[in-house]
Design a protein around this ligand. Sequence first.
Ligand code: HEM
Ligand SMILES: *[C@@H]1O[C@H](CO)[C@@H](O)[C@H](O)[C@H]1NC(C)=O
Ligand SMILES: *[C@@H]1O[C@H](CO)[C@@H](O)[C@H](O)[C@H]1NC(C)=O
Ligand SMILES: *[C@@H]1O[C@H](CO)[C@@H](O)[C@H](O)[C@H]1NC(C)=O
Ligand SMILES: *[C@@H]1O[C@H](CO)[C@@H](O)[C@H](O)[C@H]1NC(C)=O
Ligand SMILES: *[C@@H]1O[C@H](CO)[C@@H](O)[C@H](O)[C@H]1NC(C)=O
Ligand SMILES: *[C@@H]1O[C@H](CO)[C@@H](O)[C@H](O)[C@H]1NC(C)=O
Ligand SMILES: *[C@@H]1O[C@H](CO)[C@@H](O)[C@H](O)[C@H]1NC(C)=O
Length: 486
Amino acid sequence: MKLTLLSSIILLPFTLALAKGGNSKLLINPPAQPSLPSISEAESAANAVGLNLTNIQGDILIGMKKKKELFFFFGIVDALAFKSNLKAHILPLVTPIPPLLPGGTSPTTALNIAFSQNGFDALNITDNLGDAPFANGQFVGASGLGDPGTVNWIPPFTGNKIHGVILLASDTIDNINNTLIDLKSGLGQSITEIYSLQGAARPPPEEGHEHFGFLDGISNPAVQGFRDPSPGQAVVSPGEILVEDSSRPPWAQDGSFLVFRQLEQLVPEFNKFLADNPIRAPALTTQQGSDLLGARMVGRWKSGAPTFLSPLVDDPVLGNDTSRNNDFTYAAPGQNQSDPTDQSHTPFSAHIRKTRPRADLGLPEKPKHHIVRGGIPYGPEQSEDEIRSNTTKTERGLAFVCYQSSIAAGFQFLQQTWANNVNFSKTDTGFDPIIGANRGAPRVVNGLDPTLPSRRFTIMTDFIVSRGGEYFFSPSLSALATTFSA
Ligand code: HEM
Ligand SMILES: *[C@@H]1O[C@H](CO)[C@@H](O)[C@H](O)[C@H]1NC(C)=O
Ligand SMILES: *[C@@H]1O[C@H](CO)[C@@H](O)[C@H](O)[C@H]1NC(C)=O
Ligand SMILES: *[C@@H]1O[C@H](CO)[C@@H](O)[C@H](O)[C@H]1NC(C)=O
Ligand SMILES: *[C@@H]1O[C@H](CO)[C@@H](O)[C@H](O)[C@H]1NC(C)=O
Ligand SMILES: *[C@@H]1O[C@H](CO)[C@@H](O)[C@H](O)[C@H]1NC(C)=O
Ligand SMILES: *[C@@H]1O[C@H](CO)[C@@H](O)[C@H](O)[C@H]1NC(C)=O
Ligand SMILES: *[C@@H]1O[C@H](CO)[C@@H](O)[C@H](O)[C@H]1NC(C)=O
């Protein structure tokens, strides 16, 4: 503890200099992702709607920008000791939003903490948060999400034994390890360590890209009271991401539900599927045909450029341009309504069209099922051997994190009701080829081939394998200081 405090004091002047005009040094800043608002912009937006950004845990609104992040999952063995350790040793390290913004005084290592329903039970916190998926835990809901039961789940996530998770973010794993030492000594015997997962932004030039190679974290909603939207960004009221309604306990205000999923990605297998199924068009080489298939599965090219605005080949200049790369609705130009049959630019099944259908459900967009994605890749780059053999040998994937005020309306709805639904948003569109899950059975996906829209793909491999996860609640700093402290 002392060491961390000391080093942040020594580093302060440097941090301030580095942060000027740019992100906290803990964060990446790829040009394709909208940059964060400055601390003064965010604070004036927050004042206008009466939001207290200093009361909100920082990760909730920061997005997919962490350089390195450790997820530390624990069980509580002594509730009273835990509550007093939390107050004395952990609460002072919890990072709210402002220090992470440009102009803020970034800590060396940012720390956030969240609790599962079983953690609430262990702490004797009996108030009902009014969210059924949270109350039941993710283990119980696995099949409903399309997982083939929990056969692929790693043991720590089975049986709802995790009580909480601590998120540590920094620019180096050394810093994270140092904070972890402080953390463990601060919590002492009041907890038991269950599992840790180390995430990291991929090395340049892949920084900001997920393991299949696509730039991620472009389209998160703009939360009112935090930022102005970049063109095409969905605008949502704070209450869609933060708990704000009066039906929940007052202490839950300014908190948010954190969904965690360890999603393994079979990268060589995914690439083999693209290599084996190139889209054949006279203007395209075989490689370009494979690239086009991958882009249409996502709805964006690897650079982040949306296929809706660049339908045949990648356009990295467009991909890097946040004034244009999210500025589309799927409605045909000049029309205020989507063409119900046109998949020439983006299949209805594409990952980003399934998870945010934009004009397909009518304009103006109904903001009800938005989430803020804050995950990070984990695992190593592919080895030569894996590339050559088309076979995953070491686990890698996405430590998926998202925040919302209702898991039922957010993550669970996107996964179950949209991505896994072969009749969404039109009849017979098939599964989302990226995250759509059919309990391990083959997945039919339609609309991927622009030269033959009726062509049906039957994908035999789940390129994403759920290794399990848990549902958490990330309380406000004031709730941590009261309800969770003793
Ligand atoms: C390993 C798993 C996943 C991968 C590789 C992945 C990849 C991507 C990529 C490349 C994008 C485009 C970048 C962007 O628009 O920000 C994206 C967007 C998105 N993803 Fe995922 N994703 C994964 C899991 C999920 C899950 C589990 C959900 C929710 C159930 C989800 C929901 C979304 C949403 C809402 C968007 C933004 C759509 C938009 O606003 O246009 N993703 N994802
Ligand atoms: C905002 O939240 C912080 C942290 O809980 C608290 O210390 C501060 O008093 C709050 N500010 C206002 C104006 O309520
Ligand atoms: C839990 O809290 C309730 C009310 O706050 C109290 O009556 C009860 O004794 C507590 N139980 C334990 C095990 O601490
Ligand atoms: C951090 O700690 C982990 C677990 O103790 C260890 O495996 C890893 O080598 C450490 N990393 C660094 C950079 O010290
Ligand atoms: C886009 O941004 C990336 C990351 O900074 C950079 O490497 C790349 O050269 C840029 N591409 C274009 C076309 O501007
Ligand atoms: C589309 O039409 C609806 C209904 O007439 C209107 O409310 C909405 O503002 C229009 N949207 C755009 C982008 O023009
Ligand atoms: C890997 O897949 C590619 C594309 O199908 C194929 O050409 C190659 O022979 C495969 N390699 C092995 C070792 O099977
Ligand atoms: C999808 O819709 C078709 C046509 O209405 C129907 O036959 C089919 O059963 C539906 N599929 C599912 C899984 O609901």
